[in-house]
Ligand binder design. Structure first.
Ligand code: SAM
Length: 241
């Protein structure tokens, strides 16, 4: 059974968006993953299919209603409840969530898929998040105008790890965050460009020397740019350079 993504949003036309192109688009055509988008407004209230209301306690903006969202979630999740094959996590995209990591992305890619709920306005009534035991995930310490782009980010990161999606499986193992190191820098032809030569080792043909150069470069960049990752790397038992 292929990896299945359900997305709940008030802007269904934002999907598949960029995921219809390139690797993800081809993988969708090939049936490696599938996408179903649900318009939350289909569950909205009244003539205007309203999905939000003013916040209790006052303040600016609007909050997405729990009853409307629960009906939208139910249309996807309850329909699949009881099916042993469907153990997909319900994920709410929110800046209040746990930061998305490559480790979590890998776990999601290894599972049956995801159900993603995209917030808008000031956010989502907390009760529906709690009642549905949703996982709250953030894609970074900044505020987007809605959860849709965050959902696209999560899906893109997971889909490229699905079996058969990436041409060279090795690149998924080597790249940044698979080990807690940033990746080494890349170079291609021409060997000299704008009076800048490629590091000599890389053109030496000596594979052991190239591997050592890349590891040293990865360590140095990580130490300078991301001391938090570097400390994890050292703590994981890697030999200090
Ligand atoms: N009032 C919220 C706050 O200060 O935390 C921001 C709400 S934001 C304008 C609207 C929606 O965008 C959120 O409900 C969430 O779904 C999404 N969003 C914004 N930033 C995000 C992030 N960094 N990661 C994931 N989703 C995000």
């Amino acid at each position: 059974m292929s990896w299945r993504a359900d997305v709940l949003t008030i802007f269904p036309s934002m999907f598949p968006g960029p995921l219809g192109e390139s690797l993800a688009g081809k993988a969708m055509e090939a049936g490696s993953w599938s996408l179903k988008v649900t318009d939350i407004r289909d569950f909205g209230l009244g003539r205007h299919r309203s999905v939000d209301d003013t916040p209790f306690g006052g303040g600016a903006g609007m909050v997405m209603r729990p009853d409307v969202l629960d009906a939208a979630i139910g249309s996807v999740a309850d329909a699949t409840l009881g099916s042993v094959a469907d153990k997909r996590p319900l994920i709410v995209l929110t800046p209040r969530g746990a930061p998305l990591t490559q480790k979590r992305v890998r776990e999601l890619a290894e599972g049956p898929g995801v159900i993603l709920l995209c917030g808008r306005f000031e956010g989502i009534d907390q009760r529906v998040i709690d009642a549905r035991q949703a996982e709250e995930v953030s894609i970074g310490d900044y505020i987007l105008s809605g959860g849709e782009i965050a959902a696209l980010v999560l899906l893109d990161a997971a889909i490229r790890l699905l079996p058969g999606v990436m041409g060279a499986a090795i690149s998924a193992v080597e790249e940044s965050f698979s080990a807690p190191l940033l990746e080494y820098p890349h170079y291609t032809r021409p060997a000299v460009w704008a009076e800048r030569a490629v590091p000599e080792t890389l053109t030496s043909g000596n594979h052991a020397a190239i591997a050592a150069w890349r590891l040293a470069a990865a360590r140095q960049t990580t130490k300078t740019r991301r001391p938090d990752l570097y400390n994890q790397y050292i703590a994981s038992g890697a030999p200090a350079p």
